[in-house]
Write a protein that binds this ligand. Sequence first.
Ligand code: G3P
Ligand code: MG
Length: 249
Amino acid sequence: MTGTKIFGHRGAKGSYPENTLIGFQKAIDEGVDGLEIDVHMTADGEIVVIHDERLDRTTDGDGYVKDLTLEEIKEYSAGSRFPHFRNYEATWDIEKVPSLQEVLELLTPYDIELNIELKTNRLLYTGIEENVLALVHQYGGDRKVIYSSFHLPTLLRLKALDESVDIALLSREISHPYDYIQTLGLEGLHLDVNTVLSNVHQLKGIFGDLRVWTANESNEIKQLLDLNVNAIITDFPEKAAFYKSERQA
Ligand code: G3P
Ligand code: MG
């Protein structure tokens, strides 16, 4: 039996508008063990759940998140750019960019893990670590939260603020994960699927701390289940949950 958890990447990015409340709800309905979300900070210090530094790709607005207030960002649709999805419903158009608080509140009834990726590798958001932790302390209950980032200083700042946090470095190129985990004091690593599947011989024995993104192809998901990695982060959680359930039957 596999202990691998299935995490929905930006919700269920392959089927629903990414990083939206409808996408998170659908991923939960599809049986995820956890969700991966991306966060940035607004001009008024609010934490919003969106992948890019700018609004343009995923909303009908434009400009940088850092230059807009939460109220301004809420004027735009986060669903209307995704009418091509098979499951498209007109109600997606009223989806807004969620705040982290809204996501934490949505998750309250569900026993799932949350991976918050702090998107600090391109822009520096001074104070984002404090603001994220404050929201999780206030609205997160006793949920397991994993903080990840491509930007190591962000993770170390989180750890300095609260030594109990679970931090994981994101990377596309680490082939000696155990060395990184030990040396940097990380709880885990989040590696891309190609790095993992091309370095399997380096990874034996440390899978408890390893989550792998973004595994969407059936053969990738099956290989990662065989490897018993800690979690598979996927755009298609329903498919991954199906392959996992096959192993448990
Ligand atoms: O956290 C895994 C993955 O989300 C990292 O890349 O660009 O999809 O946020 P990206
Ligand atoms: Mg991400």
